[in-house]
Design a protein around this ligand. Structure first.
Ligand code: NAI
Ligand code: A1CAB
Length: 279
């Protein structure tokens, strides 16, 4: 990718699951470890990071920001205000690109907490980033330049698919579909496994079959020239078994159930934005 003397220096504040997934993916795709720094409040967590990844680690957020071209904020949304206020002077002295992965936190709120006039990119990744199969939505405020946009795309692109959105409100939709989406898929897997057990399969066998079926269907849908609806039709033999099951889903209005669940997630994201901006 980039040689280490040329590489943008990237600091991850809050070396948790999401941060380590992203820098792990960057390392795998050849980004120089010397250009990456991860911080945490917990020395134990930093020791675990250092044992697994060759990145720089420190508990000193300010020192890590003072050196950074990009600061990725990856703490819980509720911790963000306190963190940003503590970073304000260091950020204003350096003016790095700010990237945030926090759910529901608007770019303008972050910018304000950090002292104003900063390039900010809001990201909504998801946990399959941990296995390099993430799906992230990105929104850039007007101060982000083309090089910063491209670097942010490279960062999240190292752990999966990247979709840019033009309107910040669309990040709530990305959250509802992709950010929270893995949990919906896990719920479906749990239900399919339970159904298999109820039908007489051994539990371990039901789990393996359910997981492989969801994995296989997702892989096939991604690789196929046909859209999911056509692939579904191809499984559904006239008057066969699938037809009965699909009819049962449709009688229960699966599409409406999914739409309502996604709307509930998007509404919670909007609610979080309001709660967090009032702090
Ligand atoms: N889990 C998910 O599916 C998704 C999470 N996110 C967002 O990612 C962010 C992080 O989530 P996770 O990685 O799951 O959380 P996590 O709890 O694994 O990581 C957060 C880390 O931040 C550290 N930390 C807290 N305050 C700090 C401070 N002042 N300075 C330095 N480090 C500090 C904590 O010690 C912890 O290691 C959240 O804002 C969440 O909204 C975004 C998309 C999906
Ligand atoms: O549930 C949440 O609030 C976070 C954001 C998307 C996935 N997890």
């Amino acid at each position: 990718m980039t040689d280490s003397s040329q590489a943008s220096r990237i600091t991850f504040i809050g070396a948790g699951n999401m941060a380590s997934a992203i820098f792990g993916g960057m390392l795998d795709s050849g980004y120089p470890a010397a250009a990456i720094t991860a911080t945490s409040r917990s020395q134990e967590r930093l020791d675990a990071i250092a044992a697994q990844y060759p990145v720089n680690t420190t508990r000193d957020n300010l020192a890590a920001v003072a050196e950074a071209d990009v600061v990725v904020l990856a703490v819980k949304p509720q911790m963000m205000r306190e963190l940003c206020l503590s970073l304000r002077e260091a950020v204003q002295a350096r003016r790095p690109l700010i990237m945030s992965v926090a759910a529901g936190l608007e770019a303008a709120t972050l910018e304000q907490w950090l002292g104003g006039e900063l390039p900010v990119i809001r990201c909504m990744p998801n946990t399959p980033s941990l296995v390099g199969a993430g799906a992230s939505g990105l929104y850039a405020n007007a101060r982000v330049d083309a090089a910063q946009r491209s670097l942010a795309g490279e960062l999240l692109g190292a752990v999966g698919l990247v979709e840019w959105v033009e309107e910040e409100a669309q990040i709530d939709a990305v959250t509802a579909v992709a950010g929270s989406g893995p949990a919906y898929c896990f719920l479906f897997m749990e239900s399919l496994e339970a159904a298999g057990i109820a039908l007489g399969l051994a539990p371990e066998s039901a789990r393996r079959l359910a997981l492989q079926t969801v994995y296989g269907a997702a892989k096939m849908a991604r690789e196929s020239e046909f859209e999911p609806a056509e692939l579904r039709r191809r499984v559904t033999s006239p008057n066969g078994t699938t037809e009965r099951a699909i009819q049962s889903f449709q009688d229960a209005e699966l599409a409406r159930i999914v739409a309502e669940a996604a709307e509930a997630a998007a509404e919670r994201a909007r609610e979080l934005s309001r709660e967090l901006s009032q702090n």
